[in-house]
Design a protein around this ligand. Structure first.
Ligand code: TXA
Ligand code: MG
Length: 342
């Protein structure tokens, strides 16, 4: 039985008490809901891997209240980290830095680095303050499935497997944080696109930020960056995936769908399609926003994918975004490509 806790001082206190006793609590962040545990307790973090059926090679993100807190977790904090924290924390940016020995190897999947993030959501911050230490939290979904962007999503896929979810309403961004590795001096590498884009990061750092590698069809080679030897299982080709097959359309060279649609298909559009398209294309039609605004599309993406998956159409025909300049365009397309990968 999973209890839904209401946001507020009583909910935060109850969540902190559970976390202190080594239990898991699902918490809202501004990106997606996280499955939180005491980051310095191996026993508590083991429960995260068990509940999510997450492979032990996939490291967790450690959440803190602010920059000073990462001194206890990271052995070397380059000036770049401080500059980025000043610009984007609290917010949807995760930094990968060399770890200290007190961070359990389980949390970092045996790597010498740790991913740290300072969430902006007031409810998550209230729990961090009440708990008084760092919290490990991956997205609160079964491994490989669509991340949760409200408390109901958590209950739908993990209900009964953890004592409590703290309901903080729907998430603002709706996509997981941008992950940036600062392990190599002068060579920042984006490991996962997210709400904060490559251009924004580069402009704060004053140097170029390498883009994430486009995923290949091979999840094994994809999960290893050959140049750094860095494992990033969140970079697996197939991830964030509904059970229903997803087929993409609307890439640069394909302005018109060429999908031989059937009435059993569900269409996922970025913006409301034209009346002509609706009249011409069989199947059920859904759109992420009226006008294609990137922030609205990102916020609604995972909820709509879950909704369509539950309807059990024969396929989800999903429109990718034209390559825009914003970080969200790249992040939305990244999640859609992974959802479509087989
Ligand atoms: O927005 C978010 O980041 C959400 C919320 C809950 O904070 N969390 C999240 O966690 O998306 P998760 O576990 O779903 O994704 C964590 C990913 C891993 O799959 C891996 O790719 C990367 O973070 N990661 C963690 N530690 C790392 C490390 N030491 N080196 C490289 N990548 C790391
Ligand atoms: Mg995840």
């Amino acid at each position: 039985m999973t209890t839904t806790l209401t946001a507020g001082p009583a909910g935060a206190t109850r969540a902190a008490t559970l976390l202190r006793s080594g239990e898991l609590v699902a918490l809202p962040t501004e990106t997606v809901y996280g499955l939180a545990a005491d980051a310095l307790s191996v026993e508590a973090c083991e429960k995260i891997f068990a509940v999510k059926a997450r492979p032990l090679i996939d490291p967790l993100i450690v959440h803190v209240l602010g920059l000073p807190d990462i001194e206890k977790l990271c052995s070397d904090i380059p000036t770049e980290a401080a500059a980025l924290a000043k610009a984007f924390w609290p917010g949807p940016l995760t930094l990968v830095l060399p770890k200290r020995s007190n961070v359990p190897d389980l949390v970092t999947a045996g790597k010498p680095s740790v991913a740290v993030r300072c969430p902006a959501h007031p409810v998550f911050r209230e729990v961090l303050a009440a708990f008084g230490g760092p919290l490990a939290a991956p997205s609160a979904n079964p491994f490989g499935y669509i991340s949760p962007t409200n408390a109901e999503h958590v209950l739908d896929s993990l209900g009964g497997r953890l004592p409590a979810v703290l309901d903080g309403g729907p998430c603002t961004h709706g996509l997981e944080s941008t992950i940036l590795s600062l392990l190599e001096r002068g060579r920042p590498v984006m490991l996962r696109p997210g709400p904060i884009g490559q251009a924004e990061l580069s402009s704060v750092l004053g140097i170029p930020v390498s883009a994430p590698k486009p995923h290949s069809e091979n999840p094994i080679s994809d999960s290893q960056d050959e140049s750094t030897g860095e494992l990033a299982p969140g970079m697996l080709a197939r991830h964030y995936s509904p059970r229903t097959p997803v087929v993409l359309f609307g890439g640069q060279n394909e302005p018109r769908p060429m999908l031989y649609p059937s009435p059993a298909d569900a269409w996922l559009w970025q913006a409301r399609p034209t009346e002509a398209a609706l009249a011409e294309l069989v199947g059920d039609h859904f759109w992420l926003s009226e006008d294609g605004d990137a922030a609205s599309c990102a916020r609604n993406l995972f909820a709509l994918l879950r909704k369509l998956d539950a309807r059990q159409p024969s396929r989800i025909l999903a429109q990718v975004r034209p390559q825009g300049t914003g970080g969200l365009d790249a992040a939305i397309n990244d999640r859609l490509r992974r959802a479509a990968a087989r």
